[in-house]
Design a protein around this ligand. Structure first.
Ligand SMILES: Cc1cc2nc3c(=O)[nH]c(=O)nc-3n(C[C@H](O)[C@H](O)[C@H](O)COP(=O)(O)OP(=O)(O)OC[C@H]3O[C@@H](n4cnc5c(N)ncnc54)[C@H](O)[C@@H]3O)c2cc1C
Length: 490
C-alpha cells in the first residue's frame, strides 16, 4: 500500500460519502474511501420512504425536533436532536443545489407523512427510490473529486490504536497496515444479525465490533427497531413495505378485517401489535385497497413491482405482513463532533450513536443523520492534526490476543451464521424476556467457540457479528425496563 492519506473513510453509504466529500472539501485533504462491495451492500441504497426534513413553510425544525424527542422515549440527546433537525434544511438544500432533484420539484417538493411525524416532512425521489438515488448521486460527485481515492472490494479487519489515539487500519488479505491522520467509520448497522431482517445480508455490524476491540465506547446496543410492515417473499427474506404506505392511508388489519393498531403510531407500537397478533396464531395485513386507482403503482413503484412478483395486487388484495429487524440505534458512541472516545476516530451514520434516536428512531431520520453527521465527521477528521502519517511499523499492531487470524475448524461459516440469526430472533426479538435473553447469550457464546475461523470475508464478518450479538444481548439484559424499541415482558 504505497499511498498516504490524511483521512480514511470506511463505508460508502450516505454517511461515508457525505464524510468523504466534506473531508475533501474542508482542506483539500487526500481522502481514501474504502468500500466493501457495491452500493447494494449498504442500507442507504435501499431506503424507500425518504429523508425527513422541516423544509415546508408550515413546518419548523422545532416541530421536527419535538417529534424526534417524543419518539425517542426520553433517551434522546436534546443537543443532538436540535443540531440535526436544525441542520436538515440546509443540508438537503445543498444537495438540491448540487443537482439532486426531489419529487414534486425542488421549489415545492412533495412531503410524505410517516408514523410519529406531526407534519408531512419526508422528501422522496422517484417515489420509493430515495436511498438509491441519493447514494448514486453522492457517489458520482465523490468519484469526480481528485482528492478522493476509492479503494474497492476492501474489508476493514482491524483498527490500530494505542493510548486512546488512532494510528491506522488493517484490511483483510493485506498484512501491511495503512496509516492516516484520522479515520471516519461509516460502516452501517447490525440488523442482519437477525433471522428476519429488511437489511442486506452484509449489514452485520463489523465496524462496531472492530471499533470496540480498538477501545471505542459502544452504547445503546439493545435498541433495535423492528419494522412492522414487511412482506415475507416467495424467495425467502423480508421485503420492506414502506412506512409511507401507512402514511398515505394504508390500514393494519387482522384476519377478520379488524384494525388492530393506529397505522400512524410509532414503529415500536405497531410492531408489538402485529407481533402479538402473529404470535397468537393470527394473520396481519396491510389494507391499501381504498387507494385511488393507479396511486400505489405511481407512489411506490419498487414496492408495487415486488408485490406483483409475489402475486399480490395491492389495489385488490390484502398485503400479508410481519415484523423484521430493520434499524439499529446502538453503535460507536460519539459526541456532536462525531468524535468517538478515541482521538482521531470519528463515526457517523448507523454504526454510530450520537444520541439522535434515543430509544427509538423516528421514521426517515436516519438518512438525515447520515448526511449531517457524515459531513461533520468528514470535516473534523480533515481538520484533526493527529500524528504525522507514518510508514508501516509492525510494532504498532495490537497484541495478538485481539487478532482474528487464528485458523480453526468447526461449524461451517454459513451454518454458524444461520444459527446465530435464528438465536437472535428468538431470544432478542420484538418482545424480550430475561430467560430467553440469558439462553440466547449462552447459545451465541457457544456457537462462537464452535464455528470455524478462516481468512474469508464471511468468517471475519461472522466473528465480528458474534461480538455484536453478545453486546446486544448483554445490553438488553442490563436494561430491565421497557423503553422505546426495547420491550421487556420481564
Ligand atoms: C429497506 C430499508 C429501507 C430504509 N428506508 C429508510 C428511509 O426511507 N429513510 C431513512 O431515513 N432511513 C431508511 N432506512 C435506514 C437507512 O437506510 C440507514 O440507516 C442509512 O442509510 C445508513 O447509512 P450508513 O451510511 O450509516 O450505512 P450503510 O448505508 O449501511 O453503509 C455502510 C457501508 O459500510 C460498508 N462496510 C461495512 N462493514 C465494512 C467493513 N468491515 N469494511 C469495509 N466496508 C464496510 C458497507 O459495505 C457500506 O458501504 C432504510 C433501511 C433499509 C434497510
Amino acid at each position: 500500500m504505497g499511498e498516504k492519506f490524511d483521512v480514511i473513510v470506511v463505508g460508502s453509504g450516505i454517511a461515508g460519502l457525505s464524510a468523504a466529500l466534506a473531508a475533501a472539501k474542508a482542506k483539500s485533504k487526500s481522502v481514501c474511501l474504502i468500500e466493501r462491495g457495491s452500493e447494494r451492500n449498504s442500507n442507504s441504497y435501499f431506503a424507500q420512504g425518504g429523508i425527513a426534513c422541516a423544509l415546508s413553510n408550515e413546518d419548523s425544525w422545532k416541530n421536527h425536533a419535538l417529534d424526534t424527542m417524543n419518539a425517542g422515549a426520553g433517551l434522546c440527546n436534546r443537543d443532538a436532536v436540535n443540531f440535526i433537525t436544525k441542520s436538515g434544511p440546509a443540508a438537503v438544500r445543498e444537495l438540491m443545489d448540487l443537482g439532486l432533484g426531489f419529487d414534486g420539484g425542488n421549489e415545492r417538493p412533495g412531503m410524505g407523512l410517516e408514523g410519529g411525524h406531526g407534519k408531512s416532512r419526508v422528501l422522496h425521489i422517484k417515489g420509493d427510490q430515495t436511498g438509491r438515488e441519493m447514494t448514486l448521486f453522492l457517489k458520482k460527485i465523490a468519484k469526480e473529486q481528485k482528492d478522493i481515492h476509492f479503494l474497492e472490494s476492501t474489508m476493514l479487519r482491524e483498527i490500530l490504536a494505542q493510548k486512546k489515539k488512532y494510528s491506522g487500519i488493517e484490511f483483510l488479505g493485506n498484512d501491511e497496515p495503512m496509516f492516516s491522520r484520522s479515520l471516519v467509520l461509516a460502516t452501517g448497522g447490525y440488523a442482519a444479525c437477525f433471522e428476519k431482517t429488511t437489511n442486506p445480508a452484509t449489514t452485520l455490524g463489523s465496524g462496531i465490533s472492530i471499533a470496540q476491540k480498538a477501545g471505542c465506547e459502544i452504547s445503546g446496543m439493545e435498541f433495535i427497531q423492528f419494522h412492522p410492515t414487511t412482506l415475507h417473499t416467495l424467495l425467502g427474506g423480508n421485503f420492506l413495505v414502506s412506512e409511507a404506505v401507512r402514511g398515505e392511508g394504508g390500514k393494519v388489519v387482522n384476519g377478520r378485517g379488524k384494525t388492530i393498531v393506529d397505522p400512524l403510531d410509532t414503529r415500536d407500537k405497531v410492531s408489538i401489535a402485529i407481533y402479538r397478533e402473529l404470535e397468537g396464531g393470527g394473520k396481519v395485513f396491510l389494507d391499501t385497497r381504498g387507494f385511488d386507482s393507479g396511486f400505489f403503482r405511481e407512489r411506490f413503484p419498487t414496492v408495487y413491482s415486488e408485490l406483483i412478483e409475489n402475486r399480490i395486487n395491492p389495489e385488490k388484495d390484502l398485503i400479508p405482513i410481519e415484523t423484521a429487524a430493520h434499524y439499529t440505534i446502538g453503535g460507536v458512541k460519539t459526541d456532536l463532533e462525531a468524535l468517538t472516545s478515541i482521538k482521531g476516530i470519528y463515526a457517523a451514520g448507523e454504526c454510530a450513536n450520537c444520541g439522535l434516536h434515543g430509544a427509538n428512531r423516528l421514521a426517515s431520520n436516519s438518512l438525515l443523520e447520515g448526511l449531517v453527521m457524515g459531513k461533520i465527521a468528514g470535516k473534523n477528521a480533515a481538520n484533526y492534526k493527529g500524528q504525522k502519517i507514518m510508514k508501516t511499523d509492525s510494532s504498532m499492531k495490537m497484541d495478538s490476543s485481539q487478532e482474528n487470524a487464528a485458523w480453526r475448524e468447526g461449524i461451517e461459516t454459513e451454518a454458524g451464521l444461520a444459527a446465530m440469526k435464528k438465536t437472535m430472533w428468538k431470544s432478542c426479538g420484538v418482545i424480550r424476556q430475561e430467560k430467553l435473553l440469558t439462553q440466547g447469550l449462552a447459545a451465541i457464546t457457544g456457537l462462537e467457540k464452535k464455528t470455524e475461523i478462516n481468512d474469508s470475508a464471511g468468517s471475519l464478518a461472522l466473528q465480528n457479528a458474534f461480538s455484536v450479538c453478545k453486546m446486544t444481548i448483554e445490553a438488553a439484559l442490563a436494561r430491565k425496563e421497557s423503553m422505546g424499541t426495547h420491550y421487556r415482558l420481564n
